[in-house]
Design a protein around this ligand. Sequence first.
Ligand code: N01
Length: 486
Amino acid sequence: MDSQPVADLEVAILGAGMSGLCMAIQLQRAGIRDFVVLEKSAGIGGTWWDNRYPGAQVDVPAPAYSFSFAPNPHWTHRFADAHEIQAYQQRLVEQHGLLPHIRLGRAVVEAGFDAEAGRWRLRLDDGSALSARFFVCSTGPLSRPRWPDIAGLAEFRGHLLHSARWPADADLAGRRVGVIGTGSSAAQLVPAIAPTAARLTVFQRTPNWILPRLDRRYGRLDRWLTRLPPYAALARQAWVQLLELGRRGFDEGTLARRLMTRTAAAHLRRQVADPALRARLTPTYPLGCKRIIYSNDYYRALALPRSGLVTAPIQAVTAGGVRTADGHEHELDALVCATGFDTVRPLAGLRITGLGGQTLDQAWHAGPSAYLGLTVPGFPNLFLTLGPNTGTGHTSTLLFIEPQVAHVLACMRRVRREGRRWIVVRADVFAAQDAALQQRLAGSVWSHCSSWYRDGNGRIFAIWPGFTAEYVKAVRRPDPAAYELG
Ligand code: N01
């Protein structure tokens, strides 16, 4: 790939994950070929490049985890694994001729808006610079691993790993392994490593709600049918509608909620025979508050003879393992931190300066927020995909990406068509939308526990509270009155 610094471009995209690739494809379709995709990792895929721990899979059905314009006849299961998804992304890159636009292993360290020229000026970690009229940050909320704030972590002499930075050569077979965390990542990697570990100890701070995973293998017929565009579109749409019904499960008093809670309780009863273990695995917060886990083998992995669940709080990590508050020393050869992501500071490490010298960190002093998750007052020609409050707990994130990209393109077209230098969201429009959103989130299911959806003050900054259709309608075509041009 080209290692020369590029100069003046129309668009710079940060991140070669799902949303960055979608942006690049749609730019090309719109006839805008003067763009670059800057990716800090050594490969394509974003979260699917980074999260390659054993057992990594998506938890929405694959037909809905494909773009509407790119059905994938290669899925082998309803729930695709990380390798298949990364291969899908790689194929998108090849089919759409994106390779010449992608610069791997390049991180942007500084981005400043030059209001006079109407351009973003970017500085990269290799010292090179470029400018682009539009800057699209497609880094998503789950790109920066969060290490646990536990005393002594640096003292550990065994193999220390994070689920989101899994080394390809990690081999935990025959080792005494500890796993900190019980979220989606842990629920997938624990069953994958439990059968071969000498001993597996899971350190649980909070139990989670787990629903069965209704997986199935896709056979030759499925794959043949998916090559027929009407079938692929129908199958995708059927899943989209079914998943949308699940959104009701997050509302108090609904039938969907009762069904989901009962199913999760029955799943636990069926899979865990020991009442004492079952009690320790029973959540004390309402279903849906944290991300729901879909697994058929997590509970079973915990019940294996060489597995153990520790619920005593961790006091410290020591050179030889983990010490818990009950005074127990758990000796370990490897310690896996499945402790999630720094979602509160999604663009930390990159200084973004908008109008009047204001940095994005300053604008976000009370936490990340953006108009419909996409644009920030004071930051012209800057767009976020999968930005604040566009996460979803019930459906495919790709359903949010496509309308976001359509919105961004419409804004770009408007600037070009009207011969202007920049476009920026009106501060009053943003403030009104954000206030309404926060009002709606207050008292919602997500306000009843701590999770990566909330910051330290309890503000819910990551999740979209409504149905997908509502978001799509609000976003697909930008309201011209919401924006100012300069
Ligand atoms: O991270 P998490 P994740 N001491 O933040 C615990 C997506 N995803 O990587 O709940 C002890 O959910 C923490 O405990 P608690 C998906 O959106 C999707 O698992 O804070 N424990 C928790 O148990 C998901 O929601 C898939 O009490 C500590 C865990 O670490 C998101 O990524 C697969 C601790 C962190 O859970 C994040 O999931 C994987 C400490 N100091 C991920 N600090 C799919 O299937 C943290 N914990 C698509």
